[in-house]
Ligand binder design. Structure first.
Ligand SMILES: Cc1ncc(C[n+]2csc(CCOP(=O)(O)OP(=O)(O)O)c2C)c(N)n1
Length: 312
């Protein structure tokens, strides 16, 4: 399979899974707060395609795309959204707290910037233990305003750790636009004070994302230290939940429409034939229906369950 076809398929799968979540969310079978990734698919797809399975990703609560792109199991994710014991986090984490250690998705976090030091810690541990894995910290533009971002960049630079810092700059943090939060909105320029290379690329161009990441990953794996990548993109739906948010009066419908025109999946459609596209979509639709049916039947966690440390 060509790389481009695989990138397209990954994005279509993410989109179709989330479109199904949008469709069923009002039924309240999924009770977890859910931050949808629709519009941003090229970032997780392009980044994860440049990684090996053993490489690590730590992402934020806008997690579904990262989980799926890194190789997490759809069934375990769906079970988690349904709060079932067979979910990837035992049914206790919900949409914001996904994990699949075997796939190298080492967690997603509700704390803005909270996952960044975790990714750096994974890189430190792997380096000390002689493994040549690379860690990715994925976060939004809002995370750049947190101390943890700067401390992590500083420490990773100091120790030349194999970390790729990936900022998904979707220009908004909930209802706050970037221009009202940061005097200088070029996130990639935050790398320079730490002596780290910073690069910006079109986050809706999956090949551009892949290429920028592949070169940062090579550099990290060869001992060259961290890179900060900024991918400009846009979230189509409300910050949290399945709806459009333009009626609220903050983001304009014209802005959202302009970004919908730049759909990363439509842009990559040329990589597959009509026949191929049909095949991909019908296989994904069947996979989603099967996962939903199984999630509805899956067992609930035991209410008396406690984390292991609770008993100590
Ligand atoms: C430390 C912390 N501060 C504030 C919040 C509340 N909060 C949740 S999401 C969010 C916006 C973050 O935006 P961004 O990092 O750009 O990510 P995006 O939602 O755009 O993917 C904020 C402020 C939080 N969860 N954690």
């Amino acid at each position: 399979m060509s790389r481009e076809r695989a990138l397209y398929e990954t994005m279509v799968r993410m989109r179709m899974v989330e479109e199904k979540i949008v469709e069923i969310y009002p039924d309240r079978e999924i009770r977890s707060p859910t931050h949808l990734y629709i519009g941003q698919e090229a970032v997780a797809a392009g980044v994860c395609a440049a990684l090996e399975r053993d490489d690590v990703v730590v992402a934020n609560y806008r997690s579904h795309g990262w989980y799926l792109a890194k190789g997490g199991r759809l069934q375990a994710m769906m079970d988690e959204l349904f709060g079932r014991a067979t979910g990837c986090s035992g049914g206790w984490g919900g949409s914001m707290h996904l994990i699949d250690g075997e796939a190298g998705l080492m967690g997603t976090s509700a704390i803005v910037a909270g996952g960044i030091p975790h990714a750096v810690g994974c890189a430190l541990a792997d380096t000390l233990q002689g493994r040549r894995t690379v860690s990715v910290a994925a976060f939004g533009d809002g995370a750049v305003e947190e101390g943890g971002f700067h401390e992590s960049l500083n420490f990773a630079a100091l120790r030349r750790l194999p970390v790729v810092f990936v900022c998904e700059n979707n220009l908004w943090a909930a209802f706050s636009p970037l221009a009202e939060r940061q005097p200088q909105g070029d996130v990639h320029r935050r790398a320079a004070p730490y002596g780290v290379p910073g690069q910006v690329a079109d986050g809706n161009d999956v090949v551009a994302v892949y290429e920028a990441t592949a070169s940062a990953v090579r550099r990290a794996r060869d001992g060259g230290g961290p890179t900060l990548l900024e991918f400009r993109t846009f979230r189509w739906l409300e910050h949290c939940g399945p709806n459009d948010d333009t009626a609220v009066g903050v983001r304009s419908a014209a802005d959202v429409d302009a970004w919908r025109e730049r759909c990363p999946i439509a842009r990559a459609r040329r990589f597959v034939s009509d026949e191929d596209d049909r095949r991909i979509r019908s296989a994904v639709a069947a996979e989603i229906e099967a996962a939903l049916a199984a999630a509805r039947q899956a067992p609930w966690p035991t209410p008396t369950w406690r984390p292991a440390y609770y008993e100590v």
